[in-house]
Design a protein around this ligand. Sequence first.
Ligand code: 5AD
Ligand code: FES
Length: 368
Amino acid sequence: MYKLIDKLEKDHVLSKEEYKKLISGFDSDLSGYLFEKARNTRHRFYGKDVYIRGLIEFTNYCKNDCLYCGIRCGNKNAQRYRLTKDDILLCCKEGYELGFRTFVLQGGEDPYFTDERMTDIIRTIKSDYPDCALTLSLGEKEHESYKAFFDAGADRYLLRHETANPAHYSKLHPPELSWQRRVNCLYDLKAIGYQVGCGFMVGSPYQTADDLAQELIFLKELDPQMVGIGPFIAHHDTPFRNEKSGTMELTLFMLGLIRLTLPDVLLPSTTALGTIHPLGREKGILAGANVVMPNLSPVSVRKKYMLYDNKICTGDEAAECRYCLQTRMKSIGYNVVTSRGDHFQSSKRLRSSKQSVQSIATAEKLTD
Ligand code: 5AD
Ligand code: FES
């Protein structure tokens, strides 16, 4: 088993059977061994920096009925809300003052936010905060919509694929949702030029070690810039109300494997991880994660964006979460940084395209 981790550290890939062996047989000693290698790898690319993203949960209306999710349309007990454009801009203003240079607009699949409304919001945020990156997380859309958002200035897109196994997907979703369509969206987003994030839940109902091994094969193939994972946690108003939660140990182990498989990937230590254990997010960083996503949504709506039970940070002001996380990261020897926090490769490209613009400018001066 230790040899397999050495091999993964060296080659950044294993066979599905090898991944499966690790996932079905790991213990705390093996985890410790993996996490140290995962941390070393993350330090090579990102040092001890932790990137922060300001999460703005701007609508909890959703036309979908995913069986695990607390804001599924079938949940008649959910109190629905939508932020206005002004509300969203106020969140950005507060976030900017707190040092955020990435905003994440996340919402259910809400038809009220048409392409026209979204592109207007995107353009305004990008013109008010040109030094910030804007990430969208709005679910499945047509190519034209993704393209319009990108042209309006959006930089990144998060769309968790939820599971890499189509048969498993159909046990977590109603029949009208298709795994293939979701995965096509991810390839589409990549082709348009977004920095793309996919992701899945750990310990979701019916998930097997085989499925988790398949996740790593899927990630290697898609090669996304970000991967968001967290434990499944039951929500009391969903069909999965009595299902067991995913464990912290397995989530951390998966984080370590992802770090060694995609060495420079942006990997958040998620709120769900912080929900199943008081030090979950710290442990996530120590297992190889390098991003945290504090909440910037107005406190008045926080409790309404309940994807799962007992979600943390729902009573805290944006500033409290920001500084809370900074203290938590400091306590384990890491530093929250104020920067856009681009993916290693993408930021190299951004830097070199800036440099070439500069060198062209210098060359033009010289020839003037
Ligand atoms: N437990 C954990 N994560 C969940 N998500 C939705 N419902 C749950 C749940 N019950 C995750 C999904 C979704 C992301 C926004 O939140 O992976 O893509
Ligand atoms: Fe929200 Fe600690 S991060 S209160």
